[in-house]
Ligand binder design. Structure first.
Ligand code: FO1
Length: 311
């Protein structure tokens, strides 16, 4: 089937699905709406981790084992920074620094995050649209038993150890969807809107918190299908299962479906969990994405579910 595909994504799992989509759809028909709640200023630099993870993953530059940063990275900058007793909890590789320095320079000279991101995607010959959820600052904060932590302090410095009480998105109320975001949801030529298997609370909720986006999704004529981040009662990577426990939720697809209630029309679940008890239309497949073929298969299964719902 033809038509455009829009995908909401954040983190490593999200990038994998987008790469899978790139194998099964013409890249210029894909619009990725990317979480920017992880963004922060560090050492004076504007860091946009989920945008960078997508740029690296889609251009074949990513350190696949690590999930973030570049393959074959060198660390001269970090060694020198440590010798100067600079903050070294957040690792900035030499090649990675080019993204942060150039983005910071362009933002300072007045370019929007969207424009900078489009410039980087074009430089690395990526034909899909990479759309930050907003050009306004939105910062994910994690309220924990060790106090209120900005996202990267929780995720990297504290390694997700503090128990989460609540997640909030500073600045979201005043943030506007970035150019192209609402259009990517409302485009009459949109065949499907996918929510990648990103952490719903940490990587998707910031996108849904930008006024206008969840409303557009709820009203969209295209089917909205989420890929569950749960595989075999666990989350593949990152703190999803631990977070769900701390929020008092069972690590089940019912909890994922409840979280997205009102937004999604379908849920793609892993065959190890199955879809038993799910009220929302669903499909079952092996959603573990280790190889490029796995990623293409999961993307195809999500699109097939969307087509079935649309049909
Ligand atoms: N994740 C880490 O666990 N440790 C790091 O030192 C680290 C540095 C880093 C630098 C640039 C960047 O774009 C991402 C980086 N990440 C690091 C990942 C980052 O924390 C992301 O927010 C996660 O991938 C979750 O989306």
């Amino acid at each position: 089937m033809s038509g455009r595909v829009t995908v909401l994504t954040g983190g490593v799992g999200g990038a994998k699905l987008v790469l899978g989509l790139m194998q099964v759809c013409p890249p210029d028909t894909i619009s990725a709406i990317v979480n920017t709640g992880d963004d922060f200023r560090h050492l004076g630099l504007a860091i946009s981790p989920d945008i960078d993870t997508l740029l690296y993953t889609l251009s074949g530059r990513a350190n696949a084992a690590q999930g973030w940063g570049r393959e074959g990275e060198t660390w001269t900058f970090m060694d020198a920074l440590k010798s100067l007793h600079g903050e070294d909890w957040f690792l900035l590789g030499d090649g990675d620094m080019a993204l942060h320095v150039l983005r910071s320079h362009l933002l300072t000279s007045g370019e929007t995050l969207s424009a900078v991101t489009a410039r980087f995607a074009a430089a690395w010959e990526l034909a899909l649209r990479i759309l930050p959820m907003s050009d306004d600052p939105v910062a994910t904060h994690i309220e924990t038993d060790r106090g209120d932590l900005p996202f990267q302090r929780y995720f990297v410095e504290q390694r997700c150890i503090p128990a989460v009480r609540a997640v909030r998105f500073e600045g979201a109320a005043g943030a506007r969807p970035a150019p192209g975001v609402i259009e990517a949801i409302n485009d009459p030529d949109t065949r499907a809107i996918l929510i990648a298997p990103s952490n719903p609370w940490l990587s998707v909720d910031p996108i849904l918190a930008v006024p206008g986006i969840s409303e557009a999704l709820a009203a969209a004529s295209a089917p909205v299908v989420a890929v569950s981040p749960i595989v075999g009662g666990q989350a593949v990577k990152g703190p999803t299962a631990k977070l769900m426990g701390e929020l008092g939720l069972a690590v089940t697809n019912e909890a994922i479906a409840d979280h997205y209630a009102g937004i999604i029309d379908g849920l793609l679940v892993d065959e190890r969990d199955g879809g038993k008890g799910l009220a929302v239309p669903h499909a079952v497949t092996d959603t573990l994405m280790k190889t490029l073929e796995d990623r293409a298969r999961v993307a195809m299964a999500a699109l097939d579910l969307a087509d079935r719902i649309a049909g």
